[in-house]
Design a protein around this ligand. Structure first.
Ligand code: 2AM
Length: 189
């Protein structure tokens, strides 16, 4: 199964972001983008790709340990950016150092469980809100996001998500995400 570890923002913060994304979708050029589905909004910590089921018990154990070793930290949705001319995302602010640590620990947990992880890119906390099929000018959207500042929350869980890729062949259909595990961070209730 195709898996990744993530931080999932709470409903209230997702609602706030939803209002801003609605506004972005009314800007010129928005129709050329494929907007990601709000139920799937997440900050990826570590993308694992296809993971053999036999690795799951150890993976769960190690992710639990990675979570416990990382203290609860504050986070808020903040600003935005783009990767090339194809991906538009919102960023984060607050406990970015703790978030990077959690991402490294999730990556190490997967690696040590036998998951073939890709080489690290520099960790950049981002939540993808739209992708472009062809090169697009993301700047007007990023400018609009510049002043976006979400309500802070405490990140208290590391979540393991399964991504079910669309099988319909319908253009633009989104993957279906399913939470398959979650672990409390250190000190979380
Ligand atoms: P993205 O949002 O920047 O596309 C599920 O696919 C999640 O894992 C997405 O948030 C995606 O990041 C992230 N991811 C990281 N590396 C990936 C890869 N090689 N293939 C697909 N998704 C990847």
């Amino acid at each position: 199964m195709r898996l990744f570890a993530a931080v999932i923002p709470p409903a209230r913060e997702v609602d706030e972001l939803g209002l801003t994304v609605e506004r972005l979708r009314s800007l010129p050029g928005a129709d050329a983008l494929r907007w990601t589905g709000r139920p799937g909004w997440h900050y990826t910590l570590a993308f694992m790709g296809e993971v053999d089921e036999s690795l799951l018990p150890e993976l769960h154990e190690r992710l639990g340990r990675a979570a416990r070793r990382t203290p609860v930290f504050p986070l808020r949705i903040h600003g935005g950016g783009h990767f090339g001319r194809r991906a538009l995302w919102v960023g984060a602010a607050g406990g970015l150092e703790e978030m990077r640590l959690l991402a490294e620990r999730a990556d190490a947990a997967a690696r040590r469980s036998g998951v073939g992880m890709e080489e690290h890119r520099r960790y950049q906390a981002h939540l993808t809100i739209a992708r472009a099929r062809a090169d697009a000018d993301m700047r007007p959207f990023v400018e609009e996001l510049d002043t976006f500042e979400g309500t802070p929350w405490d990140v208290a869980e590391l979540t393991l998500v399964r991504s079910n890729l669309p099988v319909s062949g319908v253009r633009g259909e989104q993957p279906r995400y399913e939470v398959v595990g979650s672990w409390s961070l250190g000190g979380a209730g």
